[in-house]
Design a binder for this molecule. Structure first.
Ligand SMILES: CC(C)(COP(=O)(O)OP(=O)(O)OC[C@H]1O[C@@H](n2cnc3c(N)ncnc32)[C@H](O)[C@@H]1OP(=O)(O)O)[C@@H](O)C(=O)NCCC(=O)NCCS
Length: 191
């Protein structure tokens, strides 16, 4: 189910109950799992693999060759890269399962982020993250570093439906499934 003015290229596979909002672009050879929420103005270059119950909020850009694991939530305007400054195409970004990527984060080409990682808003991720936890930038020696500020929460990830703030859930709970369906119905009526 998708909204208005979307451009969906050839060989794009979209799973059951995935909602695609307006002005979304999806390049060829992309696979999107089931129960995902792809918000307006998301741009997914070709050759991208997205798991189940993934949320991509407004304006997210996923570069060619990226992958996103199940239950991961990517906040508005996060960008992943796959080009270096010589405009040479390099590997995409791999983001694990159950991650939360804060808004406006920038993830450099070829970076791997393991499961259960939170990235703070506005963080520039220049190195692989191999341990679960919360990471933000810190500054020193004239350079940007990435620093772990806490271990992963003991409680499982929050259901955003409960907070009434967002569409989508990091757990795929029953309530959010209901909400996904409401969104789909809304899109149908307003097409
Ligand atoms: C990273 C984040 C999860 C940390 O939240 P938290 O665990 O409650 O941590 P705190 O706010 O107590 O901050 C802990 C420290 O990290 C620093 N910090 C927090 N977020 C930061 C960020 N994004 N970049 C750099 N430093 C950050 C704080 O300044 C604080 O430093 P201090 O101990 O020296 O004072 C949160 O700040 C964040 O960025 N969330 C993402 C929000 C978002 O994008 N939402 C999507 C909206 S749709």
């Amino acid at each position: 189910m998708w909204g208005k003015y979307c451009i969906i290229d050839k060989r794009v596979d979209i799973g059951l109950d995935t909602v695609i909002m307006n002005y979304v672009e999806i390049g060829r050879n992309t696979v999107i799992g089931s129960d995902c929420y792809i918000d307006s103005r998301v741009s997914i270059s070709g050759g991208v693999a997205i798991g189940n119950n993934v949320t991509l909020r407004h304006g997210v850009i996923l570069a060619k060759g990226s992958a996103v694991g199940d239950n991961t939530y990517i906040a508005p305007r996060v960008i992943t890269h796959n080009l270096n400054s010589d405009k040479k195409e390099l590997d995409g970004v791999i983001i694990g399962k159950n991650c939360f990527i804060g808004s406006h984060a920038i993830i450099q080409h070829g970076i791997r982020i393991c499961d259960n990682v939170t990235i703070g808003a506005g963080t520039l991720v220049l190195k692989d993250i191999n341990e679960p936890g919360t990471y933000v930038n810190s500054y020193g020696d004239g350079k940007i570093h990435i620093t772990k500020i806490s271990a992963p929460p003991e409680k499982d990830f929050i259901c955003y439906k409960e907070t009434q703030n967002f569409v989508g859930c990091l757990q795929g709970c029953d309530r959010c499934k209901v909400h996904f369906k409401l969104t789909a119905a809304y899109l149908k009526e307003n097409k």
